[in-house]
Write a protein that binds this ligand. Sequence first.
Ligand SMILES: *Cc1c(COP(=O)(O)O)cnc(C)c1O
Length: 428
Amino acid sequence: MACKCEPLGPIILGSNNLQTILSAAIVREKSVTTIHKDGLMDFIQSIIFNKPELKEPFYVLDMGVVVSLMDMWTRNLPSICPFYAVKCNPEPAFLGAMAALGAGFDCASQVEIETILSLGVSPDRIIYANPCKAESHIKYAASVGVNLTTFDSKEEVEKIRKHHPKCALLIRIKVDDSDAKWPLGVKFGALPEEFEPLLLAARTAKLAVCGVSFHVGSIVTDSCTYQAAIAAAKTVFDMAIRLGMPQMRMLNIGGGFTVAPQFEGSATIIKSALQEYFQNESGLTIIAEPGRFFAETPFTLVATIIGKRVRGEFREYWINDGVYGSLNYLLFDHASVDLMPLACTSNSGNPTCQGSRTYVSTVFGPTCDAIDTIVRGHQLPELQVNDWLVFKNMGAYTIAVGSNFNGFRASATKTHLAYSNQSNCRDL
Ligand SMILES: *Cc1c(COP(=O)(O)O)cnc(C)c1O
């Protein structure tokens, strides 16, 4: 039972999805503003104008984008059930929307499992995908009927035997993740010479190993990585047969997906690799654990300029979010930030500062650590204290990783909910 998952039906873009989202857990208790496809900046300005006393950073979550991502997923990978990786962004309304759209969930801890169950999601739509779990968390999973997990060590087999003998297992294998921006293989995944001893240890413990999982690392640029990983998974399926164990029934291809244009290329490679290696496996369930794919683009961060310094031609600004808050990925990942000025206070006639003269500017976060710097040498128009900066595509590993360092509480950042109609041809 834990090794089955019904593929999702196609998502039809349109007003039905709006109803689905509005009645989702958590979302139904909140107010959702419907906006036009390109109406995000107007919506942000309306939030700022309606609450002039508002000076805290905030997020906008556009659930129309979530719907269109689910549509993109089911069109490209129709037979693969997405189990959204909660760690990437556990914003409650976002989780509620994902649940309403039919996703399963990848949880890594007791609190994540509790959060998902509290949305009314059935425990068989949860995979406890942390290969190394605390015993108390395993007992909790057993008590609530989360019966599918991953492992990559004999010690884990022993803990699961003791505390959750009904749990079905996926063996997490290490795959080549040298191409990923954030590799995970240094920490997780069994090595080829460990596959057989691990399968035998599970058999001795009378635990069912129902399949294989892997993670190619976060942000893969070469989609062929998936092909090699799927080929490696097939060798484990064959090994189970050779060892006289029950046929494996589940393949978990993990996360690592980014939005278009790479996504479609990855999907094509995955489908052809599945065709090549798994076409003869009957009754196979295939799942994935996308995090970034669903969370990155629906979220926009809006931060206030709280300080300014002019040094000749240079401008320096301080804003109320930074690398100890939502922008922590800047410390690890030298990705460029997508930032736009919103001079609602100093230039309300032209808040986006179209055509304004720009200055070489540095933007700092609010803490007293000098590393808390967001951009240097960036061209920005002349802005003033109480103007705003808008950061797009801010949902993946941002607020989820933020701390309360120096008393700036990332976890207190409020999220406003919007729903944009992403299809061009239909009105809401
Ligand atoms: C973090 C993680 C994911 C999500 O990875 P993305 O690159 O965000 O898609 C999926 N599975 C596991 C086990 C993870 O640890």
